[in-house]
Write a new protein. Structure first.
Length: 148
């Protein structure tokens, strides 16, 4: 992946903070893609998405997105806004380095604090026991009138 712009404009920052959900794209070692909706927090430099306690069929550490990140350490995060009023469309697409940070890692506690401040549902979950996905932007693209 080529390196590119890695800082956000003021408008992009505001857009990112207004949205409540994003789509996380990862791929396995063979390049087969997976996309899932995720909740996220943003500290101005990195994005955080937890492995949480919502009901899942398998252990959180065996999720496809986790296995993909462990295999490739690449991810894309699409933060978008749709409206039937197309003057309100917009997106920020982040291509980045993805990693899992385990409990005890210096970023883990601050990530949980940001996530709990953003989503009340996380205040009652035992997120301290699970890793957090961290995405560090390597390239950013954005489009749309909603960003202005």
């Amino acid at each position: 992946m080529s390196e590119g712009r890695t800082t956000f404009t003021e408008h992009e920052n505001a857009f990112i903070r207004r949205q409540r959900v994003a789509r996380l794209a990862t791929s396995d070692a063979a390049g087969h893609p997976t996309v899932v909706p995720v909740c996220y927090a943003f500290d101005g430099q990195r994005f955080y998405t937890p492995l949480d306690e919502k009901p899942k069929r398998i252990d959180a550490r065996k999720l496809k997105r986790v296995r993909n990140i462990e295999a490739r350490h690449e991810a894309s995060l699409l933060i978008d806004q749709y409206s039937d009023n197309w003057s309100q469309l917009g997106y920020v697409l982040v291509y980045g380095h993805a990693e899992l940070v385990s409990p005890g890692h210096e970023l883990h506690a601050s990530a949980l604090s940001l996530l709990r401040a953003r989503y009340i549902q996380y205040q009652m979950m035992a997120l301290e026991k699970l890793p957090v996905i961290v995405i560090t932007p390597r390239r950013i693209s954005a489009w749309g009138p909603a960003l202005l």
